[in-house]
Design a protein around this ligand. Sequence first.
Ligand code: ATP
Length: 237
Amino acid sequence: MTELVRMEGVVVEGDDRLLLDVPHLVLDSPRTAVIGPNGSGKSTLLRLLNGLTAPTRGQIAVLGTDVVENTAAARQLVGFVFSDPLAQLLLPTPLEDVRLSIPRLRGRAQAEAARTWLARCGAEHLAEASVYELSSGERQRVALASVLAAEPSLLVLDEPTTLLDRLSVRRLMRLLDSLAVPVLLATHDLEIASAFPRVLAVEDGRIVDDGPGGEVVPAYVRRVDAMDGSPDGPGVP
Ligand SMILES: Nc1ncnc2c1ncn2[C@@H]1O[C@H](COP(=O)(O)OP(=O)(O)OP(=O)(O)O)[C@@H](O)[C@H]1O
């Protein structure tokens, strides 16, 4: 399997406290999910991969490219999708936004390529709409099309289903499953995480469990229930 991500001796500190401590991590599964309570460090872990967060110390490589020494090159490799798609849609219409991701093409060829990416994400009919008039699910599909159009080598999604209804979540997951690009996704949706072949559980800035979703998710729920002090607790944090 291809080594997608390597972290060695990574520590992130902020406001004089430890936010993340990852002594050693190698990701080579085409599908990895990250789960954990609010504030546990999931987003911090993901943001290290494209230099949005800088480590206090340690080495991070994406497909062999050192993120700290070569941030621009690493950013070319990593497509990053945020939970709020409006944060990353820059232009008034989906078509314009996706075209922006394809600078190597011009004119009609660029527009056709952009429409193809929108179609793959189920958003071709929205090409000329105003991004402000789209629903959250529609925006999420457009944001994904824009990121995919840049042809990243690794797709990183930070809680991409937060704003989506159940049907839109299913559609997004089917779309992700259909992609050849490897996926790393942080989520609070334990149903989604359960289906992942590899899941990292992050708590208090540390990876406390690492294995198939079918094992890591139930163990996480048991820990949360124990913390809640009740076996009949909410179960899904
Ligand atoms: N730049 C920063 N400076 C200081 N503290 C930060 C910074 N970025 C994040 N933090 C803190 O780091 C901790 C981990 O935050 P992070 O966003 O990674 O958690 P998370 O697991 O993604 O949480 P959530 O599920 O709520 O999105 C939080 O306590 C947060 O306040």
